[in-house]
Design a protein around this ligand. Structure first.
Ligand SMILES: Nc1ncnc2c1ncn2[C@@H]1O[C@H](COP(=O)(O)OP(=O)(O)OP(=O)(O)O)[C@@H](O)[C@H]1O
Ligand SMILES: [Mg+2]
Length: 395
């Protein structure tokens, strides 16, 4: 049997030794917890296989206490996904599945839909889709690793406790990463009281582990990278494409949507924590700060392409853009943008554009913010701590 006792922490140590990662005591604490979980999963499997009867009656005989999963939460770029992926790669069990949580829920809705079709056609008489759907999922994977656990969709919120009561009863083990503690999941969501049993269930079946490290490693990696490209044209489009490919690192991109207060906000392209929009998608549609927040509750890195000149002739679009940048900053999300000019020259109202930088790139750590000046007639927009433009408010 492979030695799983310290496989995750050992792998983490070796990545530190080769200089790929920096030592981080808080990450090591979680790696050790994951070592323990990996060993428990392997021990449970070995015990079931150790004799024919044990194997045969494993699901009925409760001779082993259920294995508790791990729900790892914390700020952006702390290394949650990195740790979960190390665990997933190292844990030597066959029936394991690693999936973005929203992709998983889309798959669940799909399976429920298919079950209902079967019911209509008379292929099955089982009216409740949840037990067969849970059985299918469990047959494919006993260990479910969810990246970016978050709940914003009422349709998801309403089925989670029924789905997971089936999955946990079968012996599914969940490892998840999230930006929010379980108690903050689906915060302010409609009918939240119907969602709360799921929170209690999650706490009973997974250790809730904060990743208390201060470093945003992703931010460090972005430092010095071009986050703002201009002017518009095929070269800038290609540059943004390259940044997108680097950021999404092999995750398949597809159109998606964020459900919010009974509406669906279209996301033209999404992959893992990254979402890609045009200025038109985000600022020429009737969206508000709450919509931007809903988007950012799911995506941590936002691409906004083709930002035009702003100004009084685009009063509403300009107001939305200011709001968007502000929301991005408050949420601690990252922005990659392509625009007609560098930020300081975005406003056509500005009489004398500054000499354009020859590289057509603004290098920074991609933290943007917009703040009102005390007299509140103006907003100032910063990228990092560099004031890049003053934006008049058009009221
Ligand atoms: N100790 C470390 N030293 C150097 N780089 C690290 C370290 N930990 C994580 N990273 C890198 O930082 C980046 C962000 O890590 P990761 O994606 O795991 O963060 P996260 O906590 O999942 O963030 P988010 O909440 O946005 O999903 C990755 O490229 C990862 O490899
Ligand atoms: Mg992550």
């Amino acid at each position: 049997m492979p030695n799983t006792e310290d496989s995750i922490s050992r792998k983490l140590q070796s990545l530190i030794a080769t200089g790929e990662l920096r030592p981080d005591p808080a990450q090591m604490v979680i790696a050790r917890r994951l070592d323990h979980l990996a060993a428990e999963l392997v021990a449970g499997r070995a015990a079931r296989k150790s004799n024919a009867l044990g194997w045969l009656f494993a699901s009925k005989k409760k001779d082993h206490p259920p294995v508790k999963g791990q729900y790892i939460y914390g700020g952006v770029g702390r290394g949650k996904t990195m740790l979960m992926d190390l665990f997933f790669d190292q844990v030597p069990i066959q029936r394991k599945r690693r999936v973005h949580f929203h992709a998983f829920m889309a798959d669940v809705h799909d399976r429920i839909f298919k079950h209902r079709q079967k019911l209509k056609s008379g292929e099955t008489r089982q009216a409740d889709p949840m037990p067969p759907v849970a059985s299918e999922i469990y047959a494919e994977a006993r260990l479910l690793c969810f990246d970016e656990f978050s709940v914003t969709d009422i349709a998801d919120a309403m089925i989670l406790s029924r789905l997971f009561s089936e999955l946990f009863a079968k012996g599914c083990v969940v490892v998840a990463t999230s930006n929010v503690a379980p108690d903050d999941l689906y915060r302010d969501g409609l009918n939240r009281e119907l969602f709360l049993p799921f929170v209690a269930m999650l706490k009973a079946h997974a250790d809730i582990v904060p990743l208390d490290t201060q470093t945003d490693y992703r931010l460090e990696k972005t430092e010095g990278l071009p986050v703002w490209r201009h002017p518009l044209g095929p070269e800038t489009d290609m540059a943004i494409e390259r940044v997108w490919n680097r950021e999404t690192a092999g995750v398949v991109a597809a159109p998606s949507e964020v459900a919010f207060r009974g509406r669906k906000i279209a996301v033209p392209l999404a992959a893992g924590p990254c979402a890609r929009f045009s200025f038109t998608d985000l600022c020429e549609r009737p969206l508000g700060a709450a919509d931007y927040l809903a988007i950012l509750s799911r995506y941590r890195t936002v691409f906004v392409e083709h930002i035009p000149h702003l100004g009084p002739e685009r009063r509403n679009e300009t107001k939305r853009f200011i709001m968007l940048v502000d929301t991005l900053y408050d949420a601690g999300a990252r922005l990659f943008a392509s625009a007609v000019s560098e930020p300081a020259d975005l406003l056509t109202a500005k009489k004398e554009p500054r000499a354009s930088s020859s590289t057509g790139q603004y290098r920074g750590s991609s933290r943007c913010r917009v703040r009102s000046t005390p007299e509140s007639t103006k907003h100032k927009m910063w990228i990092d701590d560099v004031l890049v433009t003053e934006i008049l408010t058009f009221t």
